[in-house]
Design a binder for this molecule. Structure first.
Ligand code: B1M
Length: 211
């Protein structure tokens, strides 16, 4: 049994070279990329979240850890996490809603969807509803994915969906929502078509919505 706590602890302490070494060693021992992500890296982000709450860590340090986690996923885990069957599901538009700067979760969902055969247009972070509506007009995607990580930016998901409705484009697009504070009840309340708690279930929900 691999000691995932070591990855989590070293990530939270910012020991980048140790994390790289441990991730590589887990892969060499045949541990799955998904387990390394879920038990190790996500565990580390959980520790960081607690440190943020207790004000034991400064924001620039959190940013550096977040950036390092993204790089590790891209370099070491991405090829192993993506599916190999490339069925085209059409285009999906993704954004972190206005006011919210968190993008690691969104990027992970995008990576899994691309691996599953979606073409994804990523509008990035802090995206105003007007820009999303404009991008739907320009690209005619089949799906819109909205991510929010803060309880204060969750309502922006509803505002964005309302803008899409007002623009007359709602019937042309399926909307998937997610992010740590979001749940199925909230998704139903704001009129989304789907909700997913994590990147792998997001792929399944997105496939179901697109077919
Ligand atoms: Co922020 N932050 N942060 N932060 N941050 C949280 C979210 C927080 C829970 C930490 C805490 O205090 N415990 C807290 C929110 C509290 C709340 O609202 N209830 C918080 C806060 C308060 C803040 C600031 C206000 C701090 C400050 O400035 N004082 C500030 C806000 C800035 C803003 O957005 N306006 C802030 C800033 C930041 C950084 C910029 C420093 C950095 C983000 C860097 C980046 O993303 N590039 C950061 C980070 C890293 C975190 C934590 C530590 C980690 C988030 C993360 O990347 N998790 C986080 C604490 C935590 O989550 N434990 C925290 C890993 C990621 C893979 O998981 O994003 O949940 P997650 O994504 C999952 C699912 O949610 C789901 O799938 C993903 C993969 O499985 N999912 C979707 C996500 N999007 C989806 C979309 C879908 C479907 C599924 O469909 C469309």
């Amino acid at each position: 049994m691999f000691d995932f706590e070591q990855i989590a602890k070293n990530l939270a302490e910012g020991n980048q070279s140790k994390v790289s070494e441990l991730v590589q060693s887990a892969l060499d021992q045949g541990v799955s990329a998904k387990e390394i992500l879920d038990e190790g890296l996500m565990g580390g982000m959980g520790i960081v979240g607690g440190m943020m709450e207790r004000e034991e860590i400064m924001i620039p340090q959190v940013l550096a850890i977040a950036q390092f986690m993204s790089n590790t996923i891209d370099e070491k885990l991405k090829p192993l996490l993506q599916e190999t069957d490339m069925n085209p599901y059409g285009t999906a538009l993704f954004a972190t809603v206005q006011g919210d700067l968190h993008d690691i979760g969104k990027n992970l969902v995008i990576m899994m969807l691309e691996g599953a055969g979606f073409q994804v247009i990523d509008l990035g972070i802090d995206v105003p509803p007007e820009k999303i509506v404009e991008a739907i007009r320009e690209n005619a995607p089949k799906m819109l994915g909205l991510s929010a990580l803060l309880t204060t930016t969750m309502p922006m998901i509803k505002t964005t969906i309302d803008h899409v409705k007002e623009s007359g484009l709602r019937d042309q697009i399926k909307i998937l929502v997610g992010g740590a504070p979001v749940d199925q009840g909230f998704a139903d309340e704001v009129g989304a078509d789907g909700y997913a708690p994590d990147a792998s279930s997001a792929t399944n929900v997105a496939k179901a919505l697109a077919s």
